[in-house]
Design a protein around this ligand. Sequence first.
Ligand code: 5CA
Length: 438
Amino acid sequence: MRLSRYFLPTLKEAPSDAQIVSHQLMLRAGMIKQEAAGIYAWLPLGLRVLRKIENIVREEQVKAGAVELLMPTLQLADLWRESGRYDAYGPEMLRITDRHERELLYGPTNEEMVTDIFRGFVKSYKSLPLNLFHIQWKFRDERRPRFGVMRGREFLMKDAYSFDLDEASARIAYKRMFAAYLNTFARLGLKAVPMRADTGPIGGDLSHEFIVLAETGESEVFCDRKLVEMAAPGHDLSVEQLEGVFNERTALYAATEEMHDAGRFEAETAEGDRLSARGIEVGHIFYFGTKYSAPMKAKVAGPDGQDTEVHMGSYGVGVSRLMGAIIEASHDAGGIIWPDSVAPFDVVVINLRASDEAVSAACEEAVAKLEALGKDVLYDDTDERPGGKFATADLIGVPWQLTIGPKGLADGVVELKRRATGEKQTLSLDAALELLTK
Ligand code: 5CA
């Protein structure tokens, strides 16, 4: 991608109403534009990162056995009357009337709709367990939309819904998602800690939030320090292994503010391991049994031929919020430092003198070779001065910067910089390409 042909509207200064660093950097790096309070347009650079995050979330859901579908953003109010949540949800729900005076709403979540789909087709326990997910825009008319995409009104969520014949198997489905979330956040370069949580309007008796520790987090959290450094559990776990992963983590104290018990924290956690911090909720999982299947009559025939209500759970990831969380966790004074897995481009090739034909030819050769090796390349072919180019490259956080200029070219060398460490090396183009594709 040639920068001269791209759309990257960077800003020198962040607007003064952007209070936290991720919001400031997303605006400065030309990733989003606010259209209304809590409603954003995703500009090309922001969209690239959003898609990468979304794909990692999707891959880990599929690996955990969930099946993707896509439900609409608009839902019938009558469906929500069946569960009793139409009146219970309150002013956060955006209610809409169509030309036939039919009441609709912009979905804040999808328990009712997925239960309706399930009951329409699934009749036997033989189709269970089943886990259906989608990645779709949600709307919640938050009282205080703030911090950019972190607390938006329109936001992208991955929501999965599990269906099981009984409570025991539903709890296994819950633990499978619990492990999938640990794998997902690790691939996104984040340390996310599962914490006992309140169930709020979703309901149920078993719930964990996945929290990324960050000074700018909205909630106060308390946990055993050891949880922060635990490695991701990996894939294809047996039920015994899933139990192990779940028990090992939930044995250590970790709770959000609403669930915090200072006495228990002190009794269960050695003083040196007690961590109280602020955190960003990037995921939230719930087991709620028959809360929706009972009023909505989502039943299957069991092995004995008797109809029984299915046991359900729901599992949310804040896909757009994750972008803010990743930036909060990974930036410096110069800008964003993307983890390789979600970077908008793998490499930026910086042409130090675009008016020089030999330099441009060398840059184009580098870009072509990198693209042939499957790399996503941003080519800064503009005639901006070098200082400005380096500042932009640092700001947008691409993991590698490959700089080619007239002096180096005369000596047969280029400069390769790793954004995260600032480490620079001067080497031949071939050696640089080899390093980049290792
Ligand atoms: N139905 C359940 C699980 S699918 C549910 O809606 N859970 S939730 O309310 O906790 O939302 C899931 C995730 O969406 C949260 O963990 C959070 O990361 C993200 N999220 C929630 N509200 C917002 C918001 N206003 N802006 C951005 N992300 C949000």
